[in-house]
Design a protein around this ligand. Sequence first.
Ligand code: SF4
Length: 334
Amino acid sequence: MPCSPLELIDKVLSASGDEISIYAEDAAALTRQHFGNRRTLFNPLYVSNVCVNDCSYCGYRRSNRNAQRRTLTPAEAAAEARALYKRGVRHILILAGEYAIKPYFEMLLRNVRAIRETSAARWLGVEVASLDQDHYAQLAADGVNCIAMFQETYDRRAYRSLHSCGDPKADFDNRYDSLFRAVRAGIREVGLGVLYGVGDWYSDTLAMAEHAQLLLRENTSLKLRFAFPRLMESDFQSRGARSQTVTEDILFRIMVAVRLAFPHSSLVLTGRESSRYLRDCLAVVNVVGKGGSTVVGGYEAHQDGNGLEQFSLNTDQSLEEFRRAGMNHGFFFN
Ligand code: SF4
């Protein structure tokens, strides 16, 4: 009898080194089958770093009092999107901190509309605070393709220790349910993720897969997107948040497991990773973030170099250098 996705993930995560090589070949074959040699480049576009939460792993946390806070105007957001387009990036993920819901959602909507109307982005994702079903329906109506909501960790105790009691983000269940509301609102693609390093990678991966399966019950044709960010040694923000080291090998094993369990899904590796590692993983992942900025206005509006980063990205290669190196390995990017 074939394994369920969860059984398969469990099997791959606990496999021996030799078995992993075979699983990796199978995962690469599935990626080739579904995506060929085409890989998608995306970049984040931060529209606001104002945040009422105090997540210990994040540069935008409210206790970071010396930080300069900024929110883009629609004209600035549109200029950012056009700057990305000029660099050849057609897939944009819009991000923001969190504040009082009414002005927050109005700001978000104004910026989403400005980006949609004035740029030629092919895909727009939104990764922001947890919203109501009506909000998600409005975003879907305004051309948003995907809602991403990373649980960070599925371990309630670890989650509680990272998020200050009383902060909106501290509500684990509300966060968990966000993607269900998005799907009921008509969103056709959702993004899930674990912030690897803050909890137990093994159980978090299984819990993320279970979350995905429950979402698929809501809509069997739902597109899934899994991201695999991990806290880096160099992240000054990660002090106190990091409970476990997730090595490159472990992260690769996790991605192989998820590819085998959810063959059609998009697997996303972010620009936190080195260019070499991103390139090595291109056989299994189909979406990569490279050359982006986690600063509000970091592409065009506020390039003064003093902007507040949400977290640090790896700058070992430019987007163009990375693209060329990938092409030398037989991949092309859209
Ligand atoms: S992770 Fe998000 S919610 Fe938490 S402090 Fe950073 S921007 Fe705010």
